[in-house]
Design a protein around this ligand. Structure first.
Ligand SMILES: [Zn+2]
Length: 557
């Protein structure tokens, strides 16, 4: 077999496995075997650069860092969908549709409304040529380079062995989204790099899709599921249901939960069934979309200026509960930043008891016009951390005081500073005990020096007794200094306080000693220097090799 033949064979095999994985959710080989095929293809293409093709599976992350995203006009505008919130509104939608169709009873297709970013994929002669965000509906951003990194999006539509070949122009619409698990992982990485984490997968997805560096996009593992079509010339089928069958054959992934219903009663039954199912899905949904199936009927129904008349979304209620804001604590971070945390009257919401909620910064507090003792509405949806939606001013206690920015650090009482035109307030006292505690926690944390046994309670006591004033003090600790202190341990799901004791104390000292052998990049990250997150630490460590070399380096280096 010639290299060209083997390359063609490998590409076909990889595309086959991509379809098995993303379209059918039924992979037939392990990740390792898949990686081996990919590696063989990469090696062969490296030896024969003349055989590299833009639609080869190796070329997903081929794009350069862009300077800006270009605007593109959609061939068919991406209109918005009207929302409904109860059964009555869904029935009213059905009545309207039947009336406009002169009494005909249409069939409907239902699909989950995934909480992500809508995108239009344009294929010409079966090849992906353009990916654009919805944007303002008529004009979106060209995100082709980033969309190519999403493995669920085929670069080439499958044309062999399908019931109908893809026509010359095919536009697939769908949702780019992130699994809850990936959301947590990426957010942890973002936080470790010293940046602000995202509130929910939707924001992280749209932020990621609009990044200028496709390598970052590739690492974040975005996903894609189709939910519609744009321009298709010529249109090979007469209904959306047939369309979904066809695009699956071409290698386009669709949600498993898509279904067809002949009557509005069935539509409502499916909506209620899906409500039970949605908490178990690996991604977030906020409703179901109900669409008229027949393209001819859609044509007759037309659109208003902002949305088509043949489609409606049913939005599930996100869980909201009122409770009382009892107190606001300003937590001092390891860099001195003061973050407000609202202490709540405990409230049960979305399956857990919530006792406090982050208020982010003083701007957020002022925007919500929060007063002490206010009744506030807390929302929690899926994996998202709970947040305050609004205060209820009618329930405000008489004489309640608005929450103000602190002028002094709650831990050391020194004056705080606020950078002009920002909501960020900092304690700038280098000897602030709260900052020291946070820096030590960060230093001992699993991601950095990984010192097991050095928990929050132990660190607090060591700082308060003056035994820890800087990182180096950790390495001067004696077992006796720890043995008489108390620590918190988890027993059967409960936190129990108990005396450390000699045996555990010795163990902790051993763990501290063992941390001396951590790689340089972990130490650098552990020191928690501003702007030196885990990534920068890795770069510095790789470049300089040792702490002495780094200390001797000039600022330019
Ligand atoms: Zn302070």
């Amino acid at each position: 077999m010639s290299p060209a033949q083997r390359i063609a064979q490998l590409r076909e095999e990889i595309r086959f496995h991509d379809r098995k994985y993303y379209v059918e959710a039924r992979p037939v080989i392990s990740d390792r075997e898949y990686d081996r095929l990919m590696q063989e293809l990469i090696d062969l293409e490296r030896q024969h650069p003349e055989l590299v093709a833009p639609d080869s599976p190796t070329q997903r992350v081929g794009g350069e860092v862009q300077t800006e995203l270009k605007s593109v006009r959609h061939a068919v505008p991406m209109l918005s969908i009207d929302n409904t919130y109860n059964e009555g509104e869904i029935r009213a939608f059905d009545e309207r549709v039947r009336k406009l169709l002169g009494g005909e009873q249409p069939a409907y297709v239902l699909e989950p409304k995934i909480d992500g970013t809508s995108i239009n994929l344009r294929y010409e002669d079966g090849r992906l040529v353009l990916a654009a965000t919805r944007g303002r509906g008529d004009v979106g951003d060209d995100v082709t380079v980033n969309a190519r990194t999403i493995r669920a999006i085929p670069l080439v539509l499958k044309a062999e062995g399908v019931s109908v070949e893809p026509p010359p122009i095919v536009e697939i619409r769908g949702e780019v989204y992130m699994n809850n698990e990936d959301f947590q992982r990426v957010n942890r990485e973002i936080e470790a790099a010293g940046e602000e984490p995202y509130a929910n997968p939707r924001n992280l997805t749209s932020g990621t899709l609009r990044r200028l560096d496709p390598k970052i996009v590739a690492r974040r593992r975005l996903r894609f599921l189709a939910h519609g079509l744009g321009q298709v010339e010529p249109l090979p089928v007469e209904s959306y249901w047939e369309w979904t069958r066809l695009v699956r054959e071409w290698g386009i992934p669709l949600p498993q939960e898509i279904s067809r219903a002949e009557h509005i009663d069935d539509v409502l039954a499916r909506i209620h069934e899906f409500e039970q199912l949605r908490p178990q899905l690996p991604y977030m949904t906020d409703g179901m979309v109900v669409k008229v199936d027949s393209f001819a009927q859609r044509e007759r129904l037309g659109a208003t200026s902002k949305s088509p008349r043949w489609v409606v979304a049913y939005k599930y209620e996100t869980e909201q509960q009122p409770t009382v804001l009892k107190e606001v604590r300003w937590q001092v971070g390891k860099g001195g930043n003061l973050t407000p945390v609202g202490v709540l009257e405990p409230v049960f919401i979305g399956g857990v008891t919530v006792t406090n909620v982050t208020l982010h910064n003083i701007d957020q507090i002022e925007r919500l016009d929060l007063h002490l003792g206010d009744t506030v509405i807390i929302e929690r949806a899926g994996e998202v951390i709970p947040y305050v939606v609004q205060a209820v001013p009618e329930k405000r206690p008489h004489g309640a005081r608005p929450i103000k920015a602190p002028t002094r650090c709650p831990a050391c009482q020194s004056k705080v500073e606020r950078e002009a035109d920002t909501p960020y307030i900092r304690c700038v006292n280098p000897a602030c005990p709260a900052q020291l505690k946070e820096r030590l926690r960060w230093f001992c944390h699993r991601g950095q020096m990984d010192i097991e046994g050095m928990g929050d309670v132990l660190i607090d006591q060591l700082v308060e007794r003056g035994l820890l004033r800087e990182f180096a003090d950790l390495y001067r600790l004696e077992p006796e200094q720890i043995a008489s202190l108390t620590s918190e341990v988890e027993q059967r799901g409960k936190l129990v306080t108990r005396t450390v004791g000699e045996k555990v104390a010795r163990k902790v000292i051993d763990n501290i000693a063992a941390s001396r052998s951590r790689p340089l990049e972990r130490l650098l990250a552990g020191l928690g220097i501003r702007h030196v997150g885990n990534r920068v630490a890795h770069l510095l460590a790789t470049h300089f090799g040792s702490l002495d070399a780094l200390a001797a380096a000039t600022p330019e280096e």
